[in-house]
Write a protein that binds this ligand. Structure first.
Ligand code: GAP
Length: 531
């Protein structure tokens, strides 16, 4: 019997398995680790690439109306001005004056203005210190019981600290989600120093000095892309004309994006450096709603096809107030993570916002001419228009986490204790498709036969692992934990009759099978997803 533990226990177990088995490591771990950045180990990189290759196969290789690109991570800054990111890609940042938590105001727990707030500190000592600080700052009417402070009143802004519940908060300030750097051999800091010195001599205030500093930086400032999407918009015409492709068609791209997130959370779910799988589908004006529906269904079916349980997937429509500045309709594909339902992919109708914005920003025309269509305004043959866009934008690294959460299972023995941990990955996602295990590594003949079987897989491009370390039981356990669908044991009978014992990952079933049939079994599992 398999079971799944509940968050946070389940997340801790997944994080621990990821480290133990080489899926995901904390970035720069030996230097104390970098918050919000992760390295993919030998198993993780296989899993992530398998997932992304599945996406590419489904989105690009299996369709005639799709092409791919790979655009640069650093683009001209005017791209981000035109797209609206420089003006809008900001979050309201707030510090809690009690526990020092830094958080996004728009994501904080809402409270009724004037209601009583209960502040929960980690322990009695912290609560005492916090109370003393608040009293020093002139707050009255507060009382402490153990680690709890009572008597605080929710202020006008109507939210409290998500960590301790305090309404004592710093003013909100804009925090840009984009990573800025500078391009070229010029040292931008020197320009900033000179500009600020000039401003100080002129007696400018802090706001004006900040503007001077920003201006001094702006000459060489460039940004790491916060989404891959803009690469597809700015290359729309080059792609369309070089490929002579007709609308409707899509441009797909996978790759890294960067966001200076205020809150990083749930392991690789939200990090500052992550990977996306995005596609911009260009269609005639008026057809956005039709393709929004179409891509919703396609994308949900794809997540199911790589093994995510249908009952853990759902759509969540965005309300009017939640829609991004470019969108007139959006649905999230949500997955039920151990902490609850959360976004895996956004599928948005972006209208003609982006192409229009880049036409205005660059002064270049980004129209499409359809000689076979009738212009709806003139009634004449031939229609020139700015295409509308539907965008399915998925997280690749977030997808890896969903796959790990979905696949992680524990088998219980008759006493209810965990007897084995298994990653029930779809065979196409599994880092290795088969483990080849000689029963005894000291027997040279078994070793040679085992290596020979593994090499046959590798020659076919099927990832297999020849594995002779530790007892057979430990080897099975290792392959269960990395999701290898089949283990093939080579023993003395193999030398006699060219058979191996095949062990099926999910039900531990074992049977004897001819070596010549093994590759067919694996190929069938890769095709059907069934082990
Ligand atoms: N081009 C549209 C766009 O980027 P988004 O909803 O901001 O839309 C798309 O991002 C997907 O990228 C999300 O659904 C999520 O899976 C992933 N994503 C966004 N921010 C992320 C982060 N900080 N860490 C990991 N994945 C992230």
């Amino acid at each position: 019997m398999f079971q799944q533990s509940k968050e946070p226990e389940l997340m801790q177990k997944i994080v621990s398995l990821c480290k133990r088995r080489g899926f995901v490591f904390q970035s720069s771990e030996i230097y104390g680790g970098l918050r919000s950045a992760y390295d993919y180990g030998p198993m993780g990189v296989e899993l992530k690439r398998n997932l992304m290759n599945e996406w590419w196969t489904a989105m690009v290789h299996s369709r005639e109306d799709m092409v791919g690109i790979e655009s640069s991570i650093i683009m001209h800054s005017d791209v981000w001005k035109a797209s609206g990111h420089l003006a809008n890609f900001k979050d309201p940042l707030v510090d809690c004056l009690v526990c020092q938590e830094r958080f996004r105001a728009d994501k904080a727990p809402k409270v009724t203005v004037g209601s009583e707030c209960v502040i929960e500190l980690g322990d009695k000592g912290r609560a005492k210190l916090a109370l003393a600080k608040l009293v020093d700052a002139g707050e009255s009417g507060l009382e402490r019981t153990g680690k709890t402070l009572r008597g605080a009143v929710a202020a006008d802004r109507g939210y409290v600290c998500p960590n301790c519940g305090s309404p004592y908060l710093s003013p909100e300030r804009d925090f840009s989600g984009m990573f800025r750097t500078s391009l070229g051999p010029v040292d931008p800091i020197q320009g900033v120093i000179e500009a600020v010195q000039r401003g100080v001599q002129e007696g400018l205030d802090e706001k004006a000095l900040r503007e001077l500093a920003e201006e001094a930086l702006s000459g060489s400032a460039v940004y790491l892309r916060p989404e891959t999407a803009q690469g597809m918009f700015v290359q729309f015409l080059n792609v369309q004309q070089s490929q002579s492709i007709k609308v409707p068609f899509g441009i797909a791209q996978m790759g890294k994006s960067f966001r200076n997130e205020i809150t990083v959370e749930h392991f690789i779910f939200r990090s500052c450096e992550f990977e996306q799988m995005e596609m911009e589908y260009f269609c005639p004006p008026g057809e956005g709603p039709k393709y929004l529906e179409y891509w919703k269904e396609q994308r949900l079916a794809w997540w199911q096809s790589i093994g995510l349980s249908p009952e853990r997937l759902r759509f969540r429509p965005h309300g009017e107030e939640e829609l991004a500045h470019y969108s007139d309709g959006c649905f999230d594909v949500e997955y039920e993570f151990p902490w609850g339902w959360d976004e895996l992919e956004g599928i948005a109708s972006r209208t003609d916002y982006d192409l229009n914005a880049h036409m205005r920003g660059s002064g270049k025309k980004l129209h499409y001419f359809d000689p076979e269509a009738t212009d709806p305004d003139t009634g004449k043959p031939g229609w020139r228009y700015v295409p509308h866009v539907v965008e399915p934008a998925a997280g690749a690294t977030r997808g890896v986490l969903a796959v790990l959460c979905n696949a992680y299972s524990e088998e219980l023995d008759s006493d209810g204790n965990v007897s084995r941990t298994v990653l029930q990955l779809h065979p196409r996602l599994a880092p290795y498709k088969a483990g080849v295990l000689p029963l005894v590594k000291k027997d040279e003949r078994l070793v040679r036969r085992g290596r020979d079987i593994a090499e046959r897989f590798l020659a076919e491009g099927i990832a297999a692992k020849y594995d002779e370390q530790h007892t057979i039981g430990k080897r099975y356990a290792r392959h269960d934990e990395i999701g290898t669908p089949y283990c093939l044991t080579v023993d003395s009978d193999t030398l006699e009759d060219d058979t191996v014992t095949i062990r099926y990952r999910d039900d531990k079933r074992q049977e004897r099978i001819k070596i010549d049939e093994v590759a067919d079994v694996v190929r069938e599992a890769l095709r059907t997803g069934k082990i």
